[in-house]
Design a protein around this ligand. Structure first.
Ligand code: SF4
Ligand code: SF4
Length: 166
C-alpha cells in the first residue's frame, strides 16, 4: 500500500493497528477475508452484515510493515476511512446509513474523500449488500444532523412497533 510519499507512512497505519475497533462488513467480505481469523475477533453477524471488533486491540491480520496486504481488495469500510459508516435503520423498502468523520486519524483533513465520493462508496456497498432496496446516506458530522438522525431512528422503531412501518 505505502509509497514514500504516502501520508500514512510515519503514522504506521495506526487505523489498522489500534483502530480496528469496528468494521462493518458484507457477508462476502467477511467470508473472503476475516472468517479464517474469527478467533481473533468478536464477530457479530446481523442479517446481511457482519460487525467485527478486535479482541484485546490486536493488529489486523492484513497489516504489514508497508501497509495493507490486501489494499486493492480491502473492505469498503477500510476504503472509506477516515470517514466511518454506520447503519441507522432498515425497513422493508429502504436502508439508511450515516457517515461521519469523527475518527482519530491525525491526517484526516488531507485524507478524507470528497463527501460525494464517500457517499457513492456507501451507496455501492449498500447496493452490493441490499440489492435494489432504496439507500439513503446522510452525513452526520454536525450536531443537528446527529439529532435529527436519532429522532428519525426512534420514530422508525416506534412505527415498527405500531406496525405502521415494516
Ligand atoms: S489513515 Fe490516518 S490513522 Fe490511518 S495510517 Fe493514515 S494517517 Fe494514520
Ligand atoms: S484490511 Fe487492510 S486497510 Fe483494512 S484494517 Fe486490515 S490492514 Fe487496514
Amino acid at each position: 500500500m505505502l509509497e514514500l510519499d504516502n501520508p500514512c507512512l510515519d503514522c504506521r497505519n495506526k487505523c489498522c493497528v489500534v483502530g480496528l475497533i469496528g468494521l462493518m462488513l458484507s457477508k462476502e467480505e467477511y467470508e473472503a477475508y476475516f472468517k479464517k481469523y474469527e478467533q481473533s475477533f468478536l464477530v457479530i453477524p446481523e442479517d446481511k452484515l457482519v460487525f467485527l471488533t478486535a479482541r484485546d486491540g490486536i493488529i489486523c491480520p492484513y497489516f504489514e510493515d508497508r501497509g495493507c496486504k490486501i489494499y486493492d481488495q480491502r473492505p469498503f469500510d477500510c476504503r472509506l476511512y477516515p470517514y466511518q459508516m454506520r447503519l441507522a435503520y432498515e425497513t422493508k423498502e429502504k436502508i439508511k446509513f450515516i457517515l461521519h468523520s469523527r475518527s482519530d486519524c491525525p491526517r484526516k483533513t488531507n485524507l478524507l474523500l470528497p463527501e460525494a465520493e464517500a457517499k457513492a462508496l456507501i451507496m455501492d456497498f449498500g447496493r452490493k449488500v441490499y440489492g435494489n432496496k432504496k439507500i439513503i446516506v446522510q452525513n452526520c458530522d454536525n450536531l443537528l444532523a446527529r439529532l435529527t438522525n436519532k429522532i428519525e431512528i426512534l420514530l422508525v422503531k416506534l412505527f415498527k412497533v405500531l406496525g405502521i412501518v415494516k
